[in-house]
Structure formats: structure tokens, C-alpha cells
Write a protein that binds this ligand. Structure first.
Ligand code: EPZ
Length: 424
């Protein structure tokens, strides 16, 4: 069980290389189940969620070979999984549903796990499959889907990222033209479509609200390097914003981060881009209002780190979390550290400017953990961030060490009982 010991840190200065995106790798790993020959995914970061997804693929009959930072997936034959444990570890395990339906014409998979940030049902996935002629029901905490997928028209009630990915994968191997309306537009959807296209799929409109897929009979293996992680880049940008930093994020794509960069500029930060990457300078001074939305709106995954920023600006910030119904758990811990935050349902009012002091706090989910790590950098004294299930390493490859390389003072102690500290 990791416990991060964070001491108040000087101004962050230096450079960080942005990893390949977790949320791009996971659907691409699922999509490799559609391919008749081996797929190699390059520059895969060392993340617990990716290890868990590899377990999920293995439970579906795939073979995985790991070599340095590459994963090679062979899936000549698939089966429905018996083992449930890896499925419960992450939400993205539900993404094997589409490939199994496409290849086996039936799927019987355990319900997914993942961060407890809301109810996170799978109804939109199943409604989309139904529009393709695949009937599904839930039984004993499993999703059971049966039927040969047929091309057709799908309207998503909400532009769900996972549902768009599942349906895109199913349609890629389904004869005829399928149209997905109100599709998610996230960069990770475009990356999945690029991967599938390279493997032989025929897809138009990824990144817009309407995706059209002309199904093919076969997809072949390819080598692919997914896009950089916009959420890792955004998290580090928030760390710079609270520490009056001057940092360079190499490999970050500003076109994937427009809403965050716009908001950080609104707070008074200087942001420049050149061939080396994104330069962020200065401190966030002015309050900003944040309304999380589907892409290209402000990402819900950066709401927590941005809330840490808002605790340090002058004036009141209003946050509206519209994507997940339970994604303010970090606010309680930030208040424990001295922040002035009031939450009311989907809304949070942050009265900025209160100095933070070190405390013992818990990472309740992945992004909440990152937000608290950033808060620890500016808190007077020492912060102990207890990450019982290891949320942070599910989605960030050595976030503490990346921050340390820019001047932070974080050590990760593993295994020391945190209970005594929690009662401090
Ligand atoms: C993806 O989750 C990301 N995960 C999440 O990243 C991210 O927060 C989320 O998209 C939104 O951007 C991966 O890509 C692996 P959704 P996903 O389906 O696909 C509701 C992180 O920290 N909904 O777009 O699960 C759902 O409950 C995370 O890296 C239904 O009601 O997100 C939520 O309120 C966590 N029925 C909203 O839609 C459904 O069938 C958005 O969910 C599906 C979703």
C-alpha cells in the first residue's frame, strides 16, 4: 500500500516527458482482439490498469508478449472469460464486449470495475448493440450478449466514450454500413479509429458526432504508438500552476488540451508552445469557473487537479461536474488541508486563497489522488497521501518521480501502516 510523504516543495522547474495515454492504450488493446494477426503496441507506460487489461485479454484467449515498452497481442481464437477478477479491476474491461460480439457472436463477460466516481452503468453500450441486432441482459454480475451483429443506425443517448469505442469496434467487423450518432469526440476515439483504419477498417468521421463505419471481413495486425496522455500533461500543468513553476512538457499536444490551457491562461499563467513542447510559466492568480463536459469541453479527469489550483487563486471559483455524479471526493481532503470548498450535488464553490497545511489524506480515486499530491507540494509542513488500493499507479507512471525531477520533495513509502497517521 503506497503512502506518499510530500513535503512543501520549491517552485517546480524543469522538463517532463509525457507518456502515451492510458485511455488510448486500453481500447486499442481491446481492439487487438479483432485482428487476425499479431498487434504490437509501442511505448506502453507501466501502469496497473494496463497490466489488468492484459489479464482481461488473456482471460479472453489472447496471448500477450511483453518486451521493454511494447506489448504484442495475438488473438487467433477467442473464448468467453471464466475468470472474473481482472474484469473487476478496471472499467475498460467492458471494452472486450464489442470484439467478442463481433468475432464470436456472443459474449458473456463479468461487469467491469473501475474508480467509484459514479454509478457507471453499461446501458448505452447495450442499447447500441441492440440497435445492431445483439440482445443483452445482466445475470449474476455478468453481461450476456447474443446475436450476430448487423450494420445499422445507432443513436447514443449520451456521447459515452466507452460505448462509442465498443460500438466502433463491433461495427468495424460487421458487414455493411453502421452510423453512430452523438458519438464521443475524445482524441482517444480518433486514435482508436486510426488504429483500426491501419488494421484495415473503413471509418469516417471519428472525432465528430457522427461516425460512419463500413464493416470489413478481416482486420490484420499492425504496429501502433498511441497518442500522448493529455490528462497526465494537464495534471503536471496544474502542478506548475500552484507552485509558480516554469516547466516544459515534452510530447504534450496542445490541440488535445485546449480547454485546460484556456482556463489556465484565464488564471494568469503564461503558456507557450514550440517544437520541444508546451512551456508553462507563472502562478494561477485569478479564480476560474469550470464546467466539465464531453470533449472538447473541460475534461472531468482534470476537474480534481484543477480544483487544487482553484484553492490558490484569488476569489471564488464555481465548478460544475456534469459527467460523473460522485467526483468531488477530493474536496473533503482538500478541506482537511485547509481549503475552503463547499459542494452541493454537482456544484462546488471554492473560495480561493486559503493557505494549505499538511495533513494525512486518502487517494479515493485516481485523479483525486493526483490532485492531493499537487496540494501536498504547496501545503505547509508534511502531507501523507495514503493510496490504499494504489489508485495513482493505475493511471500515472511514477507521477511522484516526475514531479521530483522538477524539484518536488515526494517520497513513496510502501507498506507502512497508515492507520496511526490517519488518526493524527
Ligand atoms: C472514459 O470512461 C475514461 N476511461 C474515463 O477516465 C473518463 O473519465 C470518461 O471516459 C469521461 O471522459 C477510459 O477511457 C478507460 P463514459 P467511460 O462512458 O468510457 C455514463 C480516468 O480517470 N454512462 O463516457 O467509462 C457514466 O455513468 C477515467 O482515467 C451511462 O450512464 O466514460 C458517466 O456518468 C475515469 N451509461 C458518463 O456516462 C453507459 O452505458 C460518461 O461515461 C455508459 C456511460
Amino acid at each position: 500500500m503506497p503512502v506518499y510523504h510530500i513535503r512543501q516543495s520549491p517552485v517546480l522547474q524543469g522538463e517532463a516527458q509525457i507518456n502515451v495515454a492510458k485511455n488510448a492504450v486500453l481500447p486499442i488493446l481491446a481492439a487487438s482482439l479483432l485482428c487476425s494477426s499479431p498487434v504490437t503496441v509501442r511505448k506502453v507506460p507501466k501502469l496497473k490498469d494496463i497490466d489488468s487489461m492484459a489479464e482481461v485479454l488473456k482471460a479472453c484467449g489472447a496471448q500477450i508478449q511483453k518486451e521493454e515498452d511494447s506489448l504484442t497481442i495475438r488473438a487467433p481464437a477467442l473464448n468467453n472469460p471464466i475468470e472474473s477478477a481482472p474484469f473487476h479491476k478496471l472499467r475498460a474491461s467492458v471494452l472486450v464486449l464489442g470484439p467478442l460480439c463481433a468475432r464470436l457472436h456472443e459474449a458473456d463477460v463479468p461487469l467491469p470495475g473501475g474508480c467509484a466516481i459514479g454509478q457507471r452503468p453499461v446501458d448505452i453500450h447495450l442499447k447500441g448493440l441492440k440497435a445492431m441486432g445483439v440482445e443483452s441482459h445482466l445475470e449474476n454480475s455478468r453481461v450476456i450478449s447474443r446475436g450476430t451483429p448487423k450494420s445499422g443506425y445507432i443513436y447514443l443517448d449520451f456521447p459515452s466514450v466507452g460505448a462509442t469505442e465498443n460500438l466502433l469496434m463491433t461495427a468495424a467487423l460487421t458487414k455493411g454500413v453502421t452510423r453512430i450518432e452523438n458519438a464521443a469526440k475524445e482524441p482517444e476515439i480518433v486514435d482508436l479509429a486510426d488504429f483500426l483504419t491501419l488494421a484495415g477498417a473503413r471509418i469516417w468521421g471519428a472525432g465528430t458526432g457522427t461516425i460512419v463505419i463500413d464493416g470489413v471481413e478481416k482486420l490484420t495486425g499492425v504496429e501502433f504508438t498511441p497518442i500522448p496522455d493529455r490528462i497526465e500533461a494537464g495534471t503536471l500543468a496544474c502542478a506548475a500552476a500552484v507552485t509558480d513553476g516554469s516547466i516544459l512538457l515534452t510530447g504534450a499536444r496542445s490541440d488535445h488540451l485546449r480547454s485546460l490551457l484556456h482556463k489556465l491562461r484565464e488564471t494568469g499563467m503564461l503558456i507557450l508552445e514550440d517544437a520541444r513542447g508546451l512551456h508553462l510559466r507563472g502562478r494561477a492568480k485569478r479564480a476560474v469557473d469550470i464546467h466539465t463536459l464531453s470533449y472538447p469541453g473541460f475534461p472531468t479527469d482534470l476537474q480534481a487537479p484543477m480544483m487544487t489550483v482553484a484553492t490558490q487563486t484569488k476569489g471564488q471559483s464555481i465548478f460544475m461536474e456534469t459527467i460523473f455524479e460522485n467526483r468531488y471526493m477530493h474536496a473533503v481532503s482538500l478541506c482537511r488541508m485547509g481549503a475552503n470548498i463547499r459542494t452541493e450535488g454537482r456544484m462546488a464553490l471554492i473560495q480561493g486563497g486559503a493557505p494549505l497545511t499538511g495533513a494525512t489524506v486518502e487517494a479515493t480515486d485516481l485523479r483525486a489522488g493526483a490532485a492531493l499530491m499537487i496540494a501536498g507540494l504547496i501545503a505547509q509542513g508534511e502531507t501523507y497521501l495514503v493510496d490504499k488500493p494504489g489508485h495513482i499507479s493505475r493511471g500515472y507512471d511514477l507521477l511522484d518521480q516526475k514531479l521530483n525531477a522538477m524539484g518536488a520533495r515526494i517520497s513513496c513509502e510502501t507498506g507502512r501502516a497508515p492507520e496511526a497517521r490517519l488518526t493524527k
